[in-house]
Design a protein around this ligand. Structure first.
Ligand code: ADP
Ligand code: CIR
Length: 356
């Protein structure tokens, strides 16, 4: 049974949401009917609706507002999650199935800006969860340590292009950490959405970053997801960036088992990352198009692209530098997700060139 104090939290959460002027996907889809259906449910690990919605209730200005406290939440609280997934991923329905992993023919992906006029850098990341472990809110301190030991051992063994060093966050000098964040390599600290989701418990225990000497292949350990696998470099050579990511993931898959759901694909903490978990992005300057931010956002959305600020999600675009990426991650293949960014960014550049 869901404890009385959690039910009380849920009842006041619902009132708070109903009074809120912000339209998160949580507010949009947690209708009274859905709320009544889900209020008294919990997963086998004991996760409640409150665990899933607390981030969006504490941060009423959330875009999405929900996280899955454990993998079972996607099933137990499906009345809420399915709607959020369908809305965010532009039409992935409950009856849809994520196709099998398909990286496609990497050589068909080109440079999005061959003259290096607009694109400053290119990055492709994916998320992975380790089979047998819950998501952040349900992990114990001992599990964080165990997972870090397991993953860092595998990472330290990587060869070739992916050979590198693992740096735990525990004991990292503050200035070193800040420089890595400023240079776009490391996750930020104290994200209020993750904090309210109960995802920062025992911080910095078990968290860390791995990278090769050129900082073109990186792995985040135990931030929002168990693993975030990243490939990035300056310029617009998406083929090189994507190829390095695919090879890196293939090497890691040989040593680690990742959780995959029969219809949702690779499982992640946030429903926006399910499926391929791919976010392919460029940091780009489009001075004419971005003079009207609303117009740029609407043009980008025509190509299923999302616009973020220059330091990632919920940040500002400093110096006119924007982060433009594929929005959908589920309901298409890995190759198609990357191609969506590739084709859309080429179109945006063409529009910029045609503007007076
Ligand atoms: P995520 O990509 O994992 O969803 P964020 O939006 O917080 O998370 O971005 C993480 C970091 O990656 C930020 O520092 C962001 O500026 C950086 N980043 C994203 N895209 C690029 C890119 N194309 N080139 C360089 N850095 C990038
Ligand atoms: C929010 O709801 O705004 C945060 N919890 C972040 C959600 C992830 N957003 C996204 O667009 N990928």
């Amino acid at each position: 049974r869901v404890p009385e104090e959690i039910l009380n939290e849920l009842d006041s959460a619902m009132e708070k949401l109903e009074a809120s002027p912000h339209m998160s996907l949580l507010k949009k889809y947690l209708t009274r009917d859905v709320f009544e259906e889900l209020r008294d449910l919990q997963t086998p690990l004991g996760a409640t609706l409150w665990d899933c919605i607390r981030s969006g209730v504490i941060n009423l200005d959330s875009n999405i507002g929900v996280y899955a406290a454990d993998a079972q939440c996607y099933t137990v609280f499906d009345l809420l999650f399915d709607k959020v997934i369908e809305d965010y991923h532009l039409g992935f329905k409950k009856i849809s199935r994520q196709p099998p992993c398909d990286w496609g023919n990497i050589r068909n992906i080109g440079n999005v800006d061959p003259t290096s006029t607009y694109v400053v850098s290119t990055r492709v990341r994916c998320g992975r969860s380790l089979d047998g472990y819950p998501f952040n809110p349900k992990l114990t301190e001992a599990q964080y340590k165990e997972m870090e030991a397991k993953v860092s051992t595998v990472l330290r063994d990587l060869k070739g292009d992916h050979k590198g060093t693992y740096y735990p966050l525990t004991g990292m000098a503050k200035d070193v950490q800040q420089q890595l964040i400023d240079d776009h390599f490391l996750f930020k600290e104290g994200d209020r959405f993750l904090e309210a989701a109960n995802a920062n418990r025992f911080w910095p225990t078990g968290r860390g970053i791995f990278y090769n000497t050129s900082k073109t292949f990186l792995v985040w350990v135990n931030e929002e997801d168990h693993l975030r696998i990243i490939s990035m470099q300056n310029g617009g050579d998406l083929c090189a960036v994507y190829g390095r990511l695919v090879e890196g993931v293939r090497k890691l898959e040989k040593k680690l088992t990742f959780s995959r759901h029969s219809s949702l694909g690779y499982l992640t903490f946030c429903p926006t990352n399910l499926g391929t978990t791919i976010r392919a992005s460029v940091l780009i300057k489009l001075p004419k198009l971005s003079a009207d931010k609303a117009r740029m956002e609407s043009v980008a959305s025509n190509y299923n692209l999302q616009v973020r600020g220059s330091s990632g999600e919920h940040s500002d675009a400093k110096g006119g530098l924007y982060d433009i990426s594929n929005k959908r991650r589920i309901g298409l293949t890995e190759y198609e997700a990357v191609k969506e960014m590739h084709d859309g960014v080429i179109e945006l550049i063409n529009i910029e060139k045609s503007m007076k």
